[in-house]
Design a binder for this molecule. Structure first.
Ligand code: KIV
Length: 271
């Protein structure tokens, strides 16, 4: 795949139109440095609340707050000039439709994000409607919802019983309700491949999968997983495109050794 030189920003409509035409690519980023590296290649960059784990070192995403999300989204927008930037609405920032609107407006006012993402199905339909009515583009997030990890007692894969199950019906109702409420795409996390495929066929908005098999409209990965920097655990669905942590450890060892032995800096590296 070649670098996309077209600096025109990817729009919500363009993402929506990719359904059944072209796979959508999304990756997380949390700062300008990496957003700039990913920006020419991906359709969308997600400033996910996963930053609370991979960057802040917490056990889950729940303690991320709105101001942190805004800080990181500002940085990502400084680095990303063409991909569509989405900011996650963190746990506690969408208690009611009105609070969700207040939080989303704060994100729109203080950053250049083009959309917000919120976790939830039927229970957030009124939130999504209100956001869309107020001119805010929304990405839904159903299936495994990391913000429910404490309630559910872990990260539980959904739809294991297949498309005849109650769980499938619930996911379908969620997806259709979110679509009707006005979300322009949906992240589908941790769902069995057969269920994800059926859901993707049954809704008009693009379904962006993570750990949900290949028969969806696009994929998203957390960048520190995809590039081998997050070492606490590696979910089955992650493909490591780089041994990031190993490479960095080699580099830091070399640096330390060069300093200790006086090989760094050289004459050429000195004034
Ligand atoms: O926070 C995040 O990075 C996410 C992805 C897992 C989709 O929500």
């Amino acid at each position: 795949m070649s670098i996309q030189n077209n600096l025109k920003q990817v729009t919500v409509t363009q993402i929506f139109k990719k359904k059944n035409q072209e796979k959508i690519t999304m990756i997380t980023a949390y700062d300008a440095l990496f957003a700039k590296i990913f920006d020419p290649f991906v359709d969308m960059i997600l400033v996910g609340d996963s930053l609370n784990m991979s960057f802040f070192g917490e056990q889950d995403t729940l303690s991320a707050n709105l101001d942190q999300m805004i800080y990181h989204t500002k940085a990502v927008c400084n680095g990303a000039k063409r991909s569509l930037v989405v900011c996650d609405l963190p746990f506690g920032s969408i208690k009611t439709p009105k609070t969700a609107l207040k939080s989303a407006i704060k994100i729109y006012k203080q950053t250049k994000a083009q959309a917000v993402k919120l976790e939830g199905g039927l229970e957030v339909v009124e939130h999504i409607k209100l956001l869309v009515q107020n001119g805010i583009a929304v990405v839904g997030h159903i299936g495994l919802k990391p913000q429910l990890v404490r309630l559910e007692g872990g990260y539980k894969i959904k739809g294991k019983e297949g498309i005849k199950s109650k769980e499938f019906q619930k996911l379908l109702e969620d997806a259709q309700a979110i679509e009707e409420a006005g979300a322009f795409c949906i992240v589908l996390e941790g769902v069995s491949s057969s269920v994800a495929k059926e859901l993707t066929q049954r809704v008009k908005v693009p379904i962006i999968g993570i750990g949900s098999g290949v028969d969806v409209d696009g994929q998203v990965l957390v960048w520190s997983d995809a590039f081998g920097f997050f070492q606490e655990f590696k979910p089955k669905f992650v493909r490591e495109y780089l041994k990031g942590a190993n490479l960095m450890q080699e580099a830091i060892k070399n640096y330390v050794e060069d300093v200790k032995t006086g090989r760094f800096p050289s004459k050429e590296e000195s004034y």
